[in-house]
Design a binder for this molecule. Structure first.
Ligand SMILES: Nc1ncnc2c1ncn2[C@@H]1O[C@H](COP(=O)(O)OP(=O)(O)OP(=O)(O)O)[C@@H](O)[C@H]1O
Ligand SMILES: [Mg+2]
Length: 211
């Protein structure tokens, strides 16, 4: 094989390309989708919302790397899971790809039971986008048909390998700081997470208490 052909072949593994979208339009869609999901939705952090819109629009104004996914870090009730859902719905509308979202505990349950739901989850984890809600809420270890598994490590490793092999974007939320993630998962996974995610901090009050 010619070197040029070989390099072209390697090119096909590059991160998924999404078309750029007018930022004002992406903002309108973002606001409307959020309002349709949470009736009393409001912007709790202007900059984070601006960044989500820039990311969806695939704009150079996004302060990060568009070839990586997004990890929302914040305290309980700051709106991370809602924001992840809105990202998925906006991706669906703007880029024709609404990604599946599963939480750590949900994934544990699916791993333990196996069967059709496990097949569906495996298919979802092999897609070009995938959402992992509440990373770190899973147990350190569960028994999956006799074998000890940490589903957090398993899902992140699978997505990392997928990113390296074909290119993909992973989105997530967590209550764990980067230091806590390093302590929970170890240096190998922490290192991979840097390559997978733009880290975005969602600060503010617990919206469950301030309704
Ligand atoms: N921007 C917003 N404006 C108003 N209400 C919101 C907003 N975002 C989320 N909420 C509401 O606040 C509550 C908490 O939101 P959410 O579950 O997304 O928080 P979280 O950060 O994921 O919390 P946890 O860390 O406990 O999982 C929900 O009732 C949600 O509907
Ligand atoms: Mg949540």
């Amino acid at each position: 094989m010619k070197l040029a052909d070989y390099l072209t072949k390697l090119d096909s593994r590059k991160p998924i390309q999404l078309k750029p979208i007018d930022e004002d339009y992406a903002k309108k869609v973002w606001i409307q989708i959020n309002k349709s999901e949470v009736s009393d939705w409001r912007v709790t952090d202007k900059e984070v919302n601006r960044q989500m819109v820039a990311y969806l629009a695939r704009s150079a104004s996004f302060k990060g790397d568009l070839s990586k996914g997004i990890l929302l870090i914040g305290e309980n009730g700051t709106g991370k899971s809602r924001m992840l859902k809105a990202l998925s719905l906006c991706m669906g509308y703007l880029h024709n790809f609404r990604f599946a979202i599963h939480s750590g505990l949900e994934i544990e349950d699916i791993y333990k039971r196996g069967g059709d739901r496990m097949n569906s989850l495996e298919m979802a984890m092999a897609q070009k986008m995938f959402g992992f809600d509440d990373i770190g809420e899973e147990h350190d270890s569960i028994k999956v048909f006799g074998t000890d598994v940490n589903v957090g490590i398993d899902v992140i490793s699978r997505r990392y390998n997928h990113q390296m092999n074909v290119g993909c974007l992973t989105f997530g939320t967590t209550n764990l700081s980067l230091e806590m993630q390093a302590a929970k998962y170890g240096a190998r996974i922490e290192s991979r997470m840097h390559e997978m995610f733009n880290v975005v901090y969602l600060r503010g009050k617990d919206l469950r208490k301030t309704k």
